[in-house]
Write a protein that binds this ligand. Structure first.
Ligand code: AMO
Length: 426
C-alpha cells in the first residue's frame, strides 16, 4: 500500500500512514495513539488486545507505520489537526523506538518549554516540535519567494566562491583558511563577486553563506549567516531600494498564502509591509526629538527599535548614509555622505546596500582611506577598467528577515543549526 499523508486521509478509506507518536494514552480495553507527520496530527485507536503489548513498549516520538480504516471521529481532541476523522488501527509496526526525550516537545507542554540553548543541543529532537517545523517551512517559502521574485525580475542566479583572498567588507572579523601554501579567508560576503558579475550579466542574485568572526554573542548575530544578495547594473541606490521594497512585500505575501497553517501553529498574523524612505539626517533629527541616542555614522539598536515603533509593519530605508559609516565599495555622495543605505524592518536592520564605486581610481582612493591595501584587491579594481557601468545592490540577512517577519526575538530560533561563539555542534 502507498503511504498517505495525514492531511490527505479520507473517511471510508483504508490507509497506510507513517509518522511519530505524538502522544499515547489508554485504558484496559482501548488505546489511543496520536500520530503526527509533517502535515498534521490524527487520532488512531486500537481495541485489539494483541496489539497492546506493542503499545506498552512505545514512548512518545517513536517512528511508526500504521494501517487502518479511516472513520468518523468519536472524540474530538484539540491537538489533532484532522478533527473529523480517526483511524481504527489494523496493523501497527514500530520503525524505530524513541528513548526518553532529553527535552519537552509536545505543544501542550508549552509551560515547560525548555531553554533555547538546551533545545539547540538537541536540535534534531527540537525539530519534532510543530512550531519549530513551522519556522523552517516558512523559511523555505521565504527562499522560494525570493528566487521566484528575482527570476521574474529577469535576474540571473549566481554561485560565488566561499574561499577568497582578502576581506570583502573591510572588517577584521575574518576566519583564516590554510589554502595550500597561502592563507585565504572564508567569505564575509559575495560583495566583490556579485559586482563583477553584474557588470556584464546586468542583474544577478545569490543566496550566499557568510562567515563573520564577531566575538560577541547577541540575539541578532551569527558567526555563520545566510544572505540574499542582489546587484543591478545601470542603476543607483534608489533603483535598488525600490526592488528590495517590492521583494520583501512579495515574500510576505507568498508566506501568507502558502503557510497559513504554519502561521496558525505559531499564532502569528502577518501584514504585507509598506515602504518608507528617510535620509540618515532625518532619522537623526527624529531620534533627537525622541531622546534616543544614535551614532554619528551608524544607527543604534535603540534607534532601530524606535523606528520600528514609530513605523510598524514598514520597511524603512535610511539612505544618504554618512560616508564614514559605509564600506570602501560604496559610492560617495559629496564629501561626507554616500549612496549607501540600510533597511530597518520591525525595529531591526535586515539589509545594507548602496550604489557602488565603478571607477578604479576612486576605488583605490577609498580603499586607502579605509586603511586597506589596493594590491590585495587588484583583480576587483581591474574589473572596472573594461566598461563597467554604474551599479547598485543589497544584501538581506535570511535569518534576520525570518525573525522579523515572524516576530521572533533570538536569531538562533530561526537557524537550523546555528553557529555562534559557543556552538559548533550539532
Ligand atoms: P552587511 O554586512 O550589512 O552588508 O550584511 C547585510 C545583511 O546581512 C545580515 N547579516 C547578519 N545576520 C546575522 N549575523 C550576522 N553576523 C550578520 N551580518 C550581516 C543582516 C545585514 O543587514 N555586502 C553587504 C551588502 C550589500 O551592500 O549588498 C553586506 O554584507 O541582515
Amino acid at each position: 500500500m502507498q503511504r498517505t499523508h495525514i492531511n490527505q486521509i479520507k473517511e471510508g478509506h483504508t490507509v497506510l500512514v507513517q509518522g511519530w507518536v505524538h502522544s499515547l494514552r489508554g485504558q484496559s480495553k482501548i488505546k489511543f495513539l496520536q500520530l503526527r507527520d509533517i502535515t498534521g496530527v490524527v487520532q488512531c485507536i486500537s481495541m485489539d488486545q494483541t496489539q497492546f503489548g506493542t503499545f506498552d513498549k512505545l514512548l512518545a516520538e517513536s517512528a511508526v507505520s500504521i494501517t487502518g480504516l479511516v472513520k468518523k471521529a468519536v472524540v474530538k481532541s484539540d491537538e489533532v489537526t484532522q478533527k473529523n476523522v480517526e483511524i481504527e488501527i489494523q496493523t501497527l509496526e514500530v520503525l524505530n523506538y524513541a528513548e526518553p526525550l532529553p527535552i519537552t516537545i509536545a505543544a501542550k507542554d508549552e509551560a515547560l518549554t525548555n531553554e533555547l540553548s538546551k533545545r539547540l543541543d538537541y536540535r534534531y529532537v527540537d525539530l519534532h516540535r510543530r512550531d519549530t517545523q513551522a519556522i523552517f517551512k516558512i523559511q523555505s517559502t521565504l527562499l522560494e519567494a525570493f528566487r521566484e521574485f528575482m527570476i521574474t525580475e529577469g535576474a540571473t542566479e549566481c554561485i560565488f566562491p566561499s574561499i577568497i583572498g582578502a576581506s570583502s567588507e573591510g572588517g577584521t572579523e575574518l576566519y583564516p583558511v590554510q589554502y595550500f601554501e597561502k592563507t585565504a579567508v572564508l567569505s564575509q560576503s559575495c560583495q566583490l563577486y556579485k559586482q563583477m558579475a553584474a557588470c556584464s550579466l546586468e542583474k544577478v542574485f545569490s543566496v550566499f553563506t557568510v562567515w563573520r568572526a564577531e566575538k560577541h554573542n547577541t540575539l541578532r548575530h551569527l558567526n555563520e549567516a545566510r544572505q540574499m544578495d542582489f546587484e543591478i547594473a545601470f542603476a543607483d541606490d534608489k533603483v535598488a531600494m525600490e526592488v528590495l521594497g517590492r521583494c520583501v512585500q512579495h515574500i510576505v505575501k507568498v508566506i501568507m498564502e502558502k503557510n497559513a497553517a504554519d502561521l496558525e501553529v505559531l499564532k502569528t498574523q502577518l501584514v504585507v509591509p509598506t515602504v518608507k524612505y528617510m535620509t540618515f539626517a532625518e532619522v537623526a533629527k527624529l531620534m533627537r526629538q525622541h531622546h534616543v541616542e544614535m551614532g554619528e555614522d551608524d544607527l543604534s539598536g535603540d534607534a532601530e527599535h524606535t523606528l520600528g515603533e514609530l513605523f510598524p509593519n514598514t520597511v524603512v530605508f535610511v539612505h544618504d548614509w554618512p560616508l564614514a559609516g559605509k564600506p570602501f565599495y560604496i559610492m560617495p555622495k559629496g564629501k561626507d555622505l554616500s549612496y549607501g543605505y540600510d533597511a530597518i524592518y520591525k525595529g531591526m536592520e535586515i539589509c545594507s546596500g548602496g550604489q557602488r564605486i565603478h571607477l578604479p581610481e576612486l576605488l583605490i582612493e577609498r580603499l586607502k582611506v579605509k586603511g586597506l591595501d589596493p594590491d590585495h584587491f587588484k583583480s576587483y579594481i581591474d574589473s572596472f577598467r573594461y566598461g563597467a557601468p554604474p551599479h547598485a545592490g543589497w544584501g538581506v540577512g535570511v535569518e534576520r528577515l525570518t525573525m522579523q517577519i515572524l516576530g521572533i526575538k533570538n536569531i538562533r530560533e530561526v537557524t537550523l543549526f546555528p553557529r555562534d561563539r559557543d556552538r559548533l555542534t550539532p
